[in-house]
Ligand binder design. Sequence first.
Ligand code: HEC
Ligand code: HEC
Length: 291
Amino acid sequence: MNNKLLKSTLGTLAIAAAMTVGSSAVFAGADLDKKLVINGETEIVTRTAAPAHLDGALDEIFSGWIFRKDETQTAQMDDFDNPGMIFVDIAQDAWNKVDGSEGKSCASCHGAAEESMAGVKATYPKWNEAAGEVRSIDMEVNNCRTTRMGADAWKLTGGKMTAMNALITLQSRGMPVNVAIDGPAQSMWERGKEMYYTKTGQLEMSCANCHEDNYDLHIRADHLSQGQTNGFPVYRLKNAKLNGVHARFKGCVRDTRAQTYKPGSEDFLALELYVASRGNGLSVEGPSIRN
Ligand code: HEC
Ligand code: HEC
């Protein structure tokens, strides 16, 4: 076992132990009222009433930003201090660049991302009627690349995709997350919900054990949030790059020492939809900064 894995496993064991025997865990008491305004103009809802489907589980929902250290929170208030924005610039170049056999760029069809992509992130993942399936933003991007541009699909957890996701996300910043959980998306949503509450791995822990039952618990270097996805993609100080939702899920599942699902799999798509719906009402915040 390498050092990093050992450290992360010990951290998880400590959380598990703290939760069962009440040992060294401390409720840090994050400042739940702290306000996030980006660039002095975009107000971000980081605390609001939980959506109706969480009745009995949570009264209020909070962005992960609330639980970060002061320095990290402050860096997110100004895009010049947000390293995630570098990747948005890279994606802007890709947006305008012709690629593939059809001689097209994203801009050829979509024009300026600022206009065509405004509001898109807030409703994803969502049901795509023509395709007859629930799709993530990343799936839509790859569909455009392969079927409309004659270009290669991007790797779902790769840098190009995560950067493009950040460019698209930015156009919805400040808008409320509003993913549909009924209609044709409902069965995927139910599947994600089931995953969220299922205990997995040697540690026999579910997502809910940490992010619903114990958020705001401070233990070792970690300060547990509600595990919301409104801030994604996130620039993590830990790996100094932008991270997508599936990569984060993978890390959390692995920390319970479970067999992990594959990023890009239908399982993680279902979980992505369900977790996004737990944040309905918070603002789209990405690209954000986390540890
Ligand atoms: C040949 C034209 C064409 C090109 C090139 C193209 N797209 Fe699309 N794209 C479409 C059409 C048509 C749709 C479906 C209708 C719509 O939502 O506008 C779509 C849908 C999308 C959606 C879903 C939008 C929504 O409202 O749900 C995203 C995201 C997207 N494209 C991103 C991209 C990106 C990123 C690129 C470049 C890598 C790209 N597209 C290239 C035509 C194109
Ligand atoms: C053993 C406890 C534990 C379990 C179980 C766990 N996580 Fe996490 N998770 C963490 C910690 C610690 C972090 C980093 C601090 C934070 O943001 O909560 C984190 C972070 C996250 C984040 C990032 C939040 C943000 O704002 O950046 C998401 C999303 C997430 N988890 C989702 C999940 C999902 C979905 C599951 C179930 C598959 C899960 N987690 C299971 C401990 C856990």
